[in-house]
Design a protein around this ligand. Structure first.
Ligand code: ADP
Length: 307
């Protein structure tokens, strides 16, 4: 295979109770990318559509991740990359992760899979470091593994793929304001009180158990965040009302997607998801900031080859 065209999914990281350690891939929201083998041992970004992003290798997350891959690969050629952005940077649904994880997934396919999924996550994390100064894995791991992923440990990296209950849908409200991950990390406190920790790890355990048991109510009860959400939600206009109206409309749970400004809700079934999307839309119609609402099934497979 000389060339591959792929879909790289958007992702919801943190999922309320799992700051920096939980994420899930979406099915119908994502970028496209074409990666091609070339004779010279180098990485080149030849085309970017949809967004104004740098083509320089060390300034684009795809270039950084691809270079980390090439450095370790036993391959004497190089790669040419075309990025077709559909996910806006700074949206909170893993725009940078779609590029950094998508590119290394595609390169691995072109070379007949010399690297494990965990190794691909490590390369992709280098791209995330460029975007947000922190090499977090909770967006890139779901792009590579698919479905829900738990990053049990960063040093050493230990990634656990979790089940994706079939009836789960995500609703995403994306206010058209940009919050850079790097900025929304700066406002967080670095210490937490013991009682906040107790609530948070109870919920994280509950979410993991809920996914295994396909217990939608347990999943919903566990989507609580007592640590990050109170601070970060201040940056998102109308957050509290969107959350209240989503829960009233039947959402299992609702919170900040990644570092925001996108707000996510998880729902059981498409009908509930559409009701929740309508409720979110009503709140934002009054606020007067442009927004987009998406409903998506969850994506258990992650990045995939397009025909
Ligand atoms: P998101 O959570 O949507 O990924 P981030 O703030 O983490 O948003 O990342 C976006 C930052 O990464 C922006 O500053 C953007 O310019 C930069 N960036 C570099 N290359 C890319 C790329 N290929 N795709 C998206 N963002 C990129």
């Amino acid at each position: 295979m000389q060339e591959i065209k792929i879909f790289c999914p958007a992702t919801i990281a943190n999922l309320s109770c799992g700051f920096d350690v939980m994420g899930v891939a979406l099915d119908t929201i994502g970028d496209e990318m074409t990666v091609r083998k070339i004779a010279e041992r180098k990485v080149e970004i030849t085309k970017i559509t949809g967004q104004d992003l740098p083509k320089e290798i060390n300034k684009n997350v795809a270039g950084v991740a691809a270079s980390a891959f090439l450095k370790k690969a036993k391959y004497c050629g190089g790669f040419e990359i075309e990025i077709h952005k559909k996910i806006k940077p700074g949206s909170g649904i893993g725009s940078s992760a779609a590029s950094s994880a998508g590119v290394v997934w595609a390169m691995n396919e072109l070379l007949n899979r010399p690297f494990s999924k965990k190794e691909l996550v490590e390369f992709a994390m280098q791209g995330e470091r460029l975007a947000s100064n922190v090499a977090h894995a909770d967006n890139v791991a779901p792009v590579i593994f698919g479905g829900f992923v738990l990053v049990r440990s960063y040093a050493p990296l230990d990634i656990v793929q979790l089940p994706t209950p079939k009836a789960l849908y995500a609703v995403i409200l994306h206010p058209q304001i940009e919050i850079k991950t790097a900025d929304s990390r700066k406002i967080l406190k670095s210490r937490i009180a013991l009682e906040e920790g107790v609530k948070q790890w109870g919920n994280l355990g509950g979410l993991v158990a809920g996914l295994f048991k396909e217990d939608y109510e347990l999943i919903g009860r566990s989507l609580e965040d007592h640590i990050i959400e109170p601070t970060r939600s201040i940056l998102i206009p109308g957050f509290e009302e969107v959350k209240k109206k989503s829960l009233d409309a039947g959402a299992l749970g609702c919170g900040i997607s990644g570092s925001g400004p996108s707000i996510f809700a998880l729902c059981q079934g498409i009908e509930m998801a559409q009701n929740v999307a309508g409720a979110m839309q009503k709140v934002y119609d009054k606020i007067g900031i442009d927004f987009e609402v998406h409903v998506s099934k969850l994506n258990a497979k992650g990045a995939k080859k397009l025909k």
